[in-house]
Design a protein around this ligand. Structure first.
Ligand SMILES: *[C@@H]1O[C@H](CO)[C@@H](O)[C@H](O)[C@H]1NC(C)=O
Ligand SMILES: *[C@@H]1O[C@H](CO)[C@@H](O)[C@H](O)[C@H]1NC(C)=O
Ligand SMILES: [Zn+2]
Length: 351
């Protein structure tokens, strides 16, 4: 019932700001609700949050496919002992992760740009270098590739498995920490396929709207989710909605992360919106054919939902398997560090 309220509210108030306010006020209820919904309803709930008129056409507040909750046959990543020692906590946080102070974060080096919401541009000088507002790129941002290559955001999800079964090339996944700990088996399957994984934050906020502490929390918990599940510390970071400015960059660099944007956007998430005037699959395939003529670039896609995965599989058929991971594109490392899966082997010895 709340879902249909949201859907109609979103359509009545086409105005972007109204939707923001609705999303804000409904946030707690909605997110509690999302955790208990089956996949089909998750997609419906998700579409209520797409906005119009932001210029970027990006979704508001939710990842494609929503958040995964643990289902039958999927066990959550156990909360590791080393993380309890460090945080004093015993379980994974919800969508608003707590900030844990870290000694390598130097607050005096974080520039003082104002926080801003999605689509609210112009509050900071151009030198703040916002990608979402001005398409501004920092010298260390990765946004293209010598070989036209796909990238996938918002997983892992149940749909990710279908994508993995049909991909014949290595690709890059930017995953949400909260989805990683809820679908560790899918995450492991990504790694078994030799794919590269980067962070897409813990729970997909619009990072420039957050405080410095909240930005740190989003990055640290996503890194811990990856380390607890895949025993590695990421190098590559894709900000949700491409929302990054020099304040967010300065914090992510302190974690050793490097931002990855894109030069080609499929806008595949629009397939989940029931509006005939938005994109069709055919629009996407036509664009991909054009991009293929140019031969280079990084394509933004999503593996959070079955519809977008279906498109990703077809895009792969158009492009072929001659694709690179983001690390391969720039001749960089896959991960800052990898750890042996020590807990497992220690338990095995005890047994
Ligand atoms: C989006 O908003 C613009 C004006 O802000 C309007 O012209 C356009 O029709 C809207 N599109 C949709 C799909 O609502
Ligand atoms: C990663 O996990 C290992 C245990 O496998 C732990 O010792 C290390 O402190 C963790 N590092 C980070 C950055 O999470
Ligand atoms: Zn995303």
């Amino acid at each position: 019932m709340v879902i249909s309220y949201l859907l109609s509210a979103a359509f009545i108030f086409k105005n972007w700001f109204s939707i923001i306010i609705i999303v804000r006020t409904m946030k707690t209820t909605l997110l509690n609700l999302l955790y208990s919904l089956p996949a089909a309803q998750l997609v419906a709930a998700h579409t209520a949050h797409y906005s119009n008129g932001t210029g970027t056409g990006q979704p508001v507040g939710q990842p494609v496919g929503g958040f995964s909750s643990v289902r039958a046959g999927h066990k959550q990543t156990p909360f590791p002992e080393w993380l309890t020692e460090f945080t004093g906590l015993k379980e994974w946080p919800g969508i608003d992760p707590p900030y844990i102070p870290m000694d390598f974060i130097d607050f005096s080096k974080i520039p003082n740009y104002k926080r801003y919401d999605q689509g609210v541009c112009g509050v900071n000088p151009r030198e703040s270098c916002s990608f979402d507002c001005d398409r501004c790129l920092a010298p260390d941002d990765v946004y293209t590739c010598g070989q036209l290559s796909q990238t996938f955001d918002d997983g892992p999800s149940l749909a990710t498995e279908r994508l993995l079964d049909s991909l014949n090339h290595k690709t890059t996944f930017f995953n949400l920490g909260i989805n990683i700990v809820n679908f560790p088996d899918v995450y492991q399957k990504i790694l078994n396929g030799g794919h590269l994984v980067g962070t897409h934050t813990w729970s997909h906020p619009f990072m420039p709207s957050l405080t410095n502490e909240q930005i740190i929390a989003q990055l640290q918990w996503s890194i811990w989710a990856m380390n607890a599940t895949g025993h590695h510390v990421p190098k590559w970071f894709r900000p949700p909605y491409g929302a990054i400015d020099n304040r967010v960059r300065s914090i992510s660099r302190m974690f050793g992360l490097q931002a990855v944007l894109w030069d080609y956007d499929t806008f595949d998430w629009q397939l989940l919106v029931e509006d005939q005037t938005l994109r069709t699959e055919e629009d996407i395939y036509r664009d991909v054919q054009d991009w293929k003529q140019a031969g280079n670039g990084l394509i933004l896609e999503h593996d959070g939902a079955f519809k977008t995965v279906h498109v990703g599989i077809n895009v792969n058929k158009i492009l072929g398997d001659d694709q690179l991971t983001v690390a391969e594109c720039v001749g960089g490392i896959d991960y800052i560090r990898t750890f042996p899966p020590e807990l497992k082997s220690r338990n095995a010895k005890v047994l």
